[in-house]
Design a protein around this ligand. Structure first.
Ligand code: B3K
Ligand code: ZN
Length: 868
């Protein structure tokens, strides 16, 4: 397969000044007429022009109005070659495509009665022949024609210019987008959709029409999305001075979508999971997800659309930056501490393992086979952490100046990560040379910290040392610049003033140390008592920190640290040590270690604390996170130890949990405090049930009586995950109640596939045959197969049955939807982390798949890298 290298980038030899599309929509056979105004960039150049095109049937081709003779062009795999193109000309092509047969959901497809497009990264070439690369920006105009009955709504980017009727019950609408854009931002939608309308007045006083298009029976489920959109628009004006630029902002929700959402210019297309919410059908987590994805796609209008990418290697330029922006938006709108904990949890759950495995790659990759495989946690989440570090070292005001300069310099351009950094430097006079390494070097650094107190000199010295393991293609690692936000606490629990030797800000109680060599020591003077350091506060860098701490220091910070992240981290550390010790001595963590007990007791009795934060402090590290800390992941050991610890926590604090459970029952309301209470209350129920089977009745009662999906689903999930309860009545009841709600039925599939029960694999096998299972709906496939791949005890069953099952399904799916098939294979790629027998079985599954005929580029690349 063809490997694309970043170094091979060349500017386009032709530009497209204007694109005019005329599209006759029909599910079976759609005709796309494209008129491209093409202009050669250099007079000296006389090479053929290569236009991308996949799966297109070419019906007509004309150059400046004349049919192009056969000897003037050639059709190749994936391309149309014009052999002797003039300097400046109009190319007109007419092609035919079959939207109904498009199961890859890339390009133009037809699903549930709607036409939908997805062009990022390279879907536009499945619609028409084009220079399908992000650095070719053109003005687009498009006329859509469709049968009016089933498709009364016809949408595309920009402004609606005109509309009319035509023969055979068809109609047309003309759209023009005044902003030049790369074709990956092109979109169209046609269908029978209702619309929720509102508006937003920009800071400069322009009225923007806001429109959310959904199927008519969902018109009552768009309030959260609309509200989040308006808040995001206001936030981007307030924090970055960025106004929206068109007169209309449209969002369309579809049940059939490969990912979360897509930021097409003026016409976002969303997975309905990130638009639709009613209290009866959506959990608090769903509401939160809608807020952040709506904001994320909106923020792309400036970071992604107005300033776009030179090439796909720069993907993190828009994704890392936009994730950082949406995380900050959510932090401002909700609780900053809880938001940060959630962001770091996600980073550790997805990105750290990726960065330590065979699919590890830098935030700015150097090579790819299939770009769709690079929409990863590294490009998104680690990319956001790198932007966050820059924000940390520059400070908010300077960062804003850098962003202003970035927009001023590059509005309307297709640029690189280098351009972003240069703007940050240009506006602030700071040198970010060393930070560039974060974009090019893969792997998670480990920072070892060692402190020493000298009572005679009243000095405290802190030594930080960094190292990083090799990653594919990068055997040697260089030291990275690592900002370590820190404080020192006195034994009484006060943050001490920090006085160093040559540093400024003497006397501050918090400081950022910049570790930018392999090892560095900082001396703090006038330290009257032996301090307890709080390092990497707020998780100031995406690293693993080894503190050489004992539980006493962890317990101290768990009760005294005033940094919400580090306090949580200390609690997690205590629980983690308890779990690792139990696994090590292969006994269940049946007793609570004293210090953990004390820390939990303090949190449980602190009624003043924000309930959401309290819930975070009382939640044990996930099984995956515990596994990450082990040389060889002991799936069963981890599960047993964690379950035993949950039981112990349940019985040790039975009365407090029961009191919380009773006192936190409030009538449903959507605000943050209420959702925090629900979270804590459901956590209490989980602990109660873990230690006392008599709570099964209480759980069933909550399942029946809940007036909202959060509580209903929490009870449902607890029941279905009971190791040996018969819950067939509950499963049937849930399905019965919610079968008209696909997003809820996804939860029904997902919870069954994540049950840590011996019968789960058989269940999953049976669910493949369930009438509601649908291979063509990514949400459904992810609900069943994604959840199974993430279900450690079942997927990693010692006999390899989990591996064989997943591999068989991936083999089938690869024929339909390669992007999703490749994603589902990631759990298999982690084989090095398990014992020899499992390694053998996992490799066997990968090799079997690799031998499949017609392997897609997507899956092929993942398998090849995993087996290297
Ligand atoms: N930019 C899209 C992702 C496109 C994925 C293509 N395989 C959504 C987002 O990040 O906002
Ligand atoms: Zn994005």
């Amino acid at each position: 397969p063809l490997v694309i290298h970043r170094e091979d980038y060349r500017p386009p030899r032709f530009v497209v000044d204007a694109v005019d599309l005329d599209i006759q929509l029909d599910p079976e056979l759609t005709q796309v007429r494209a008129r491209l105004h093409l202009r050669r960039q250099s007079e000296a150049d006389d090479q053929p022009l290569r236009l991308c095109g996949e799966g297109l049937a070419l019906l007509e081709i004309r150059q400046d109005g004349q049919t192009l003779p056969k000897d003037q062009y050639r059709l190749e795999e994936g391309a149309l070659l014009l052999l002797h193109p003039p300097r400046d000309f109009v190319l007109e092509t007419l092609v035919q495509i079959r939207p109904i047969a498009n199961t890859a959901l890339s390009g133009l497809y037809f699903a549930n009665g709607h036409f939908i497009t997805q062009c990022e990264a390279e879907g536009f070439r499945r619609i028409t022949y084009y220079l399908d690369r992000p650095d070719v920006l053109a003005r687009f105009g498009v006329t859509l024609h469709a049968e009016q009955g089933p498709h009364p709504v016809l949408l595309a980017n920009g402004n609606r210019i005109a509309a009319g009727q035509e023969a055979h019950g068809r109609h047309w609408v003309r759209w023009e987008d005044p902003f030049p854009k790369p074709c990956y931002l092109f979109a169209l939608v046609a269908g029978d959709l209702g619309c929720v309308r509102d508006h937003f007045r920009t800071a400069s006083g322009r009225e923007v029409a806001l429109e959310i298009y959904v199927e008519a029976h969902h018109l009552d489920a768009c309030a959260q999305a609309m509200d989040a959109l308006q808040r995001a628009m206001a936030w981007d004006e307030r924090v970055y001075g960025r106004e929206y630029d068109l007169d209309r902002y449209m969002i369309v929700a579809t049940d059939t979508f490969n990912m979360g959402a897509m930021e097409n210019k003026g016409l976002n297309i969303f997975n309905s999971k990130y638009v639709l919410a009613r209290p009866e059908t959506a959990t608090d987590t769903d509401y939160q997800g809608i807020e952040s994805v709506i904001a994320h796609e909106y923020f792309h209008n400036w970071t992604g659309n107005r300033v776009t990418l030179r090439d796909w290697f720069q993907l993190s330029l828009k994704e890392g930056l936009t994730v950082f922006r949406d995380q900050e938006f959510s932090a401002d709108e909700n609780s900053r501490g809880v938001q940060r904990i959630g962001d770091v949890r996600r980073l550790r759950a997805a990105q750290f393992p990726e960065d330590a495995g065979p699919l590890a790659h830098p935030v700015r990759p150097d090579a790819y086979i299939e770009i769709n495989n690079f929409y990863t946690a590294t490009v998104y989440e680690k990319g956001a952490e790198v932007v966050r570090m820059i924000h940390t070292v520059l400070g908010a005001a300077a960062f804003r100046q850098g962003m202003d300069l970035y927009f001023a310099r590059h509005d309307g351009q297709a640029v690189t990560i280098e351009d972003f950094l240069a703007a940050m430097e240009g506006a602030t006079g700071r040198d970010l040379a060393a930070f560039r390494l974060w974009y090019s070097q893969a792997g998670t650094p480990v920072v070892h910290a060692a402190g020493r107190y000298d009572p005679a000199q009243r000095r405290y010295s802190l030594t930080l040392r960094q190292e990083a393991a090799p990653t594919p293609g990068q055997p040697e690692k260089r030291p990275l610049p690592i900002p370590v936000r820190m404080a020192l606490f006195s034994p009484a629990g006060q943050a001490m003033p920090l006085r160093g030797q040559e540093e400024d800000g003497a006397g501050d109680r918090e400081r950022i140390l910049m570790l930018d060599t392999a090892e560095q020591t900082w001396i703090f003077t006038e330290v009257s008592e032996p301090p307890i350091p709080s390092l990497l506060r707020g998780f100031s860098a995406p690293v693993r920190l080894e503190m050489g701490f004992g539980d006493a220091q962890r317990a101290f910070l768990a009760s005294h640290d005033d940094d919400p992240f580090n306090r949580w981290e200390a609690m997690q550390g205590l629980a983690l040590q308890a779990l690792l010790a139990a696994i090590d001595q292969s006994h269940g963590a049946g007793v609570l270690p004293e210090l953990l007990h004390g820390a939990l007791a303090a949190v449980l009795s602190d009624a003043q604390m924000d309930p959401a934060y309290r819930a975070e402090l009382l939640t044990l590290p996930s099984e995956d996170y515990v596994g990450e800390q082990m040389a060889v992941i002991d799936v069963e050991g981890i599960h047993c130890a964690r379950e035993a610890l949950r039981r112990a926590m349940g019985s040790a604090f039975g009365e407090q949990w029961a009191a919380d459970y009773e006192s936190l029952a409030f009538p449903y309301s959507r605000d943050g405090v209420s959702s925090g209470r629900r979270r804590l209350r459901n956590l209490a129920l989980a602990y109660l049930l873990a230690s006392d089977a008599s709570y099964l009745d209480r759980t069933r009662q909550q399942y029946r009586q809940a007036d909202n999906m959060t509580d209903h689903l929490a009870a449902f999930s607890l029941l279905v995950h009971q190791p040996d309860a018969d819950v067939s009545d509950i499963l049937a009841d849930f399905y019965q109640r919610w079968q008209q709600h696909p997003l809820v039925i996804d939860k029904w599939f997902a919870i069954q596939a994540s049950a840590p029960r011996p019968d789960t694999l058989a269940k999953a096998q049976a669910l493949l045959q369930h009438p509601a299972f649908d291979w063509r709906t990514p949400n459904r496939v992810r609900a069943l197969l994604g959840s199974l791949g993430a279900n450690a005890t079942v997927f990693h069953a010692a006999d390899g049955s989990g591996y064989a099952f997943l591999a068989a399904q991936i083999r089938h799916l690869d024929e339909l939807n390669p992007q999703i098939a490749a994603r589902l294979a990631t759990p298999l790629s982690r084989w090095q982390r398990y014992d020899a027998q499992r390694q053998g079985l996992m490799r066997q599954a990968l090799e079997d798949l690799a031998g499949k005929a017609n392997l897609s580029r997507d899956l092929g690349e993942v398998l090849e890298k995993s087996l290297k």
